[in-house]
Every structure is written in structure tokens, then in C-alpha cells.
Design a binder for this molecule. Structure first.
Ligand code: UD1
Ligand code: MG
Length: 478
């Protein structure tokens, strides 16, 4: 049986006033991913349980930032603009232009990021069974209902309406069942009811929640589905909420990594985006942050305080404490840090060593190459087993353009060498310490550029006597 087509609408046009923020609320990150990213990921996990239909995101406040972020992250999503934001009901009205042929409409809030796809599947089921309903929505019982909308039921437990906290009577405010802001509607009902919404309420906004009262007045079936775990429907309206959601998401990701066979020391301090894969026997030390499309291979160890984004860490690699790694590949058994910075386009082959205070960018180091101390390697290709000495700098930028440095295999680069790109060093060459390389160096040759050294016998002692005498004379005078 083909499923009825379902449109998914994510509401993300609100200002987020209570966050006191310049950054749009839905782009605030929890566990390394923006809130909106979590909601979109959940909607993707719905899979075949619901019929395919358009995915629509309503943007408005801060859309100059949210729009491009969406285009990059979810290019298939339809962006519709609500300007000005006149309430959640108005947002859904604006989205309705993009419903297409969908016969069901799932509405999610961009600020409710903990929801699980399983719960949404239950909700969609409740719209259809035992008999078709106009709307099904998620509710939760919470000890402190605060600013959430309250679910008003009659004596037999049937939903009558949702009342916003600001419009509620004292008695209604006592209700501990809240509206989670997650709904699925019958399309025909929506088409009829959306034009009926008014802004006659305390906030002067079009409330999506009024659709529930309208359905009841039309004697249509309305289902409030209470979630088993109230935490799942936590909405982020303040920085406190954000901190709480962040902790829950990090704990979930840490548990998944532990279950997959990784060791996490002090997991409560670790941030793992849900896009991160940690293989069995990997070890994550305290205060590590792994985000984006990142993979940590089996047996690899990530040292304390390291920050890794969009990178692949090979099996058995050692990332020592306090490394920053972004868009890089670290080969099997490689050793990095402590205090190394691997930037975009870094590719370390197997068993490469990159030590403390080394920065790399667009640097390819082949198997067994080493750069252990105080070095900048930018726009460079380095062959197998080559050793790069302390203080080596690839001078890759001439003030206008970047240039490439090529270093062959088995090369020895002495300490404090500058390689002025573009330049090539052949296999097996030796570069003497302190050399400024401006011309290509052939294989197996020795390159050396040094000012001849002068030695004055007893010159040091004579200098010291002269300066001391001058100082003594000055002190006597004062
Ligand atoms: C809403 C519900 C409330 C529920 C709560 C759950 C309404 C009227 N109230 O309140 O019953 O308990 O969610 O979290 O719906 N948005 C727009 N356009 C707008 C206004 C908001 O797109 O004009 C978006 C926001 O970006 C946000 C979502 O809709 O993602 C919810 O808006 P918000 O202002 O947070 O509503 P709540 O006060 O939380
Ligand atoms: Mg909210």
C-alpha cells in the first residue's frame, strides 16, 4: 500500500527574543550542531514510515544567515519566507503554498531538537487510526509548565483546545499537560481552517494552536498523544534551555559511542555531534570535541582538549592533547601533537609524526614522514620518510598568490630552513640547518646557504669587560 503523501514543515522564522541573541535562535548549536540541524535530521530518519512529500522550512527573522545555512546543509528543502513573523499559525499559512499534493502535513518546530523519529511515526499513526482525525499533536506532562501552551481536556479526557500561557486563566495555568509544538494535520482540514485563524489574543499573533479548537468546534477527531519521556519535547526558548538540551544530546551521543565499544573518559565533558562515528576500541579523553562528518578509527586515541571537525582519524592513530584538526585526514598509526594544528586539506599518511606547535594546511605527508617541532607546512607535498627539522617554514605566500613546495622521499631538512615556494627538493637531498631555499634542489644533493661565521678569540670576554666598566662608571656618577 502506498502511503499518503506527507509534507514536513519546520517552523524557524521566529525572533527568539528570550534568547537575547543576534544569532538566529535555530542556528544556536547543541552538541556541535545547530538546533535546526537536529530537527532536519529527525525528519530525515522518518524514512519509509511516511509517504514522501516536500520538506519545507519557514524562515524569517535572521533569514540572511539561516537561508544560506539551509542551502548548504539541506539543499533539497524548500525555503519559504515569513516576513514579518506574525505567529506560528501565520508561518504555517505561508508554508501552505508549498504543500503540493501532500494529503498530510507534519509540523515541527525548529527549536524542539530532542524529538525522536520513532515518536513522530507514532504521531502520524495516531492521525490515521482508529479513525481519521483532523489533527494529532504531541503533549507532555511536566512539573513546571511555565510558558508552554496548556492542553485543555473535558471530563472524559477529550481535547478541547490549547491555551497559550499568556492567555490562560489561573485555573488553566494549573494544567500540567503541555503542547509540545509538534503536530500532524489532515491536509483538507488545514486548507479550510488556516484562513479562519485570527490574531485576537494576548500576543496579537496568529496561533497555530487555535487550529485544535477549530477542529473540535467542527466536531472532527483531535488526538493529543502524550510522550513517554517529557524531555524529548523540550523547547529551546532561553539560554538555560539550550544548555539543558546540549547536555542531553551530548549524553545521548556519548552513550551511543560507549555502546559501540569506544572508551570515553569523563563522558560528561565530551562533545560528539551525532554525525560523528567512533569505532570500537577508540579512546576519547576528557574535554574532546568532535563535530561534523568525523570518523575516529578503531584503536585511535584522541587526547584531552582536542577539537576535531570534519576529519578522518585512522586506526591506531594517536592525537595527543590539545590539537585542533579541521577538514584533515590522519593516517593509520600516525602521531599528532600535543598542540598541533592541522588545517583544511591536510593529509597525513600512515605512521606520519607531526609534533608540537606544527601547523599544516593543504599539506600531504607520505608514509613515515616527520615534522616534530615548531613548523609551518602550507601548500606542500612531502615524500615518504622525509624528516623536517624544527623551525622549518614553507614560505607559500608572496603577498598575492599561494605557491607549492615539493619535497621528495627520504629528504633531510635541517632546522630553521625556509623554503621559498615555488620550489622542489629531490629525493634523498639534504638541506643544511638555517638554509633559505630559493632554487630547486636536485636529488641526493646538499643545499646550504649560510653567512660565513666569524670567531674573534677572547672577543666575548673583552666585550663583557668593556660593558661592565661602563656600567660601573655610570653608577658611581649617580
Ligand atoms: C509554541 C506553542 C506552544 C507550545 C510551544 C512548544 C504557539 C502559539 N504556541 O510556543 O503552545 O507549548 O511552542 O515549544 O504555537 N515561529 C515562526 N514564525 C512565527 C513565530 C514562531 O516560524 O511567527 C517558529 C519559531 O522560530 C519556533 C517555533 O515557531 O521555531 C515556535 O515559536 P515560539 O515563539 O518558540 O513559540 P512558543 O512560545 O515556544
Ligand atoms: Mg518555542
Amino acid at each position: 500500500m502506498t502511503r499518503p503523501e506527507l509534507a514536513v514543515v519546520v517552523l524557524a522564522a521566529g525572533k527568539g527574543v528570550r534568547m537575547k541573541t543576534a544569532l538566529p535562535k535555530v542556528l544556536h548549536a547543541a552538541a556541535g550542531t545547530p538546533l535546526l540541524g537536529h530537527v532536519l535530521a529527525t525528519s530525515e530518519h522518518l524514512g519509509d514510515a511516511v509517504g514522501a512529500g516536500p520538506r519545507i522550512v519557514v524562515i524569517g527573522a535572521g533569514r540572511e544567515t539561516v537561508g544560506p545555512w539551509l542551502t548548504a546543509t539541506a539543499p533539497a528543502a524548500i525555503q519559504v519566507v515569513q516576513d514579518p513573523p506574525r505567529g506560528t499559525g501565520d508561518a504555517l499559512k505561508v508554508a501552505s503554498a508549498a504543500f503540493g499534493a501532500a494529503s498530510q502535513v507534519l509540523v515541527l518546530s525548529g527549536d524542539v531538537p530532542l524529538l525522536k523519529a520513532e515518536t513522530l511515526k507514532l504521531l502520524v499513526g495516531a492521525l490515521e487510526r482508529p479513525s481519521p482525525a483532523a489533527v494529532a499533536f504531541l503533549t507532555a506532562k511536566v512539573p513546571d509548565p511555565g510558558e508552554y501552551g496548556r492542553v485543555v481536556r473535558d471530563g472524559s479526557g477529550e481535547v478541547l483546545q490549547i491555551v497559550e500561557a499568556k492567555d490562560a486563566t489561573e485555573a488553566e495555568r494549573q494544567i500540567d499537560e503541555i503542547n509540545a509544538g509538534v503536530y500532524v494535520f489532515d491536509r483538507d482540514f488545514l486548507d479550510r481552517a488556516l484562513p479562519l485563524l485570527t490574531a485576537a489574543n494576548a500576543q496579537g499573533e496568529y496561533y497555530l494552536t487555535d487550529l485544535v479548537g477549530i477542529a473540535v468546534a467542527e466536531r472532527r477527531r483531535v488526538v493529543g498523544v502524550e510522550v513517554a519521556d517529557a524531555q524529548e519535547v523540550l523547547g529551546v526558548n532561553s539560554r538555560r534551555d539550550l544548555a539543558e538540551v546540549d547536555a542531553v544530546l551530548r549524553r545521548r551521543a556519548a552513550d551511543a559511542a560507549l555502546d559501540a565499544g569506544a572508551t570515553l573518559f569523563r563522558p560528561e565533558t565530551i562533545t560528539l555531534a551525532d554525525t560523528v562515528v567512533v569505532e570500537p576500541d577508540a579512546i576519547l579523553e576528557p574535554f574532546t570535541t568532535l563535530t561534523g562528518v568525523t570518523r575516529v578509527g578503531t584503536g585511535a586515541r584522541i587526547g584531552q582538549g582536542s577539537v576535531i571537525a570534519d576529519s578522518a582519524i585512522g586506526a591506531r592513530a594517536q592525537v595527543r592533547p590539545y590539537c585542533v584538526i579541521d577538514r584533515a585526514v590522519v593516517g593509520e598509526g600516525a602521531v599528532v601533537g600535543p598542540f598541533a594544528r592541522l588545517r583544511e586539506g591536510t593529509e597525513l599518511g600512515p605512521d606520519v609524526h607531526v609534533g608540537n606547535f606544527v601547523e599544516t594546511k593543504k599539506a600531504r605527508l607520505a608514509r613515515g614522514a616527520k615534522a616534530n617541532h615548531l613548523t609551518y607546512l602550507g601548500d606542500v607535498v612531502i615524500g615518504e620518510r622525509t624528516n623536517v627539522g624544527a623551525g622549518t617554514i614553507t614560505c607559500n605566500y608572496d603577498g598575492f598568490e599561494k605557491h607549492l613546495t615539493r619535497i621528495g622521499a627520504g629528504v633531510f631538512v635541517g632546522s630553521d630552513v625556509q623554503l621559498v615556494a615555488p620550489v622542489s627538493i629531490g629525493d634523498g637531498a639534504i638541506i643544511g640547518a638555517g638554509t633559505t631555499v630559493t632554487k630547486d634542489v636536485p636529488a641526493d644533493s646538499l643545499a646550504l646557504s649560510r653567512t660565513p661565521q666569524t670567531v674573534v678569540p677572547e672577543g666575548g670576554a673583552a666585550y663583557r669587560r668593556r660593558r661592565q666598566a661602563a656600567k660601573d662608571a655610570k653608577q658611581k656618577g649617580s
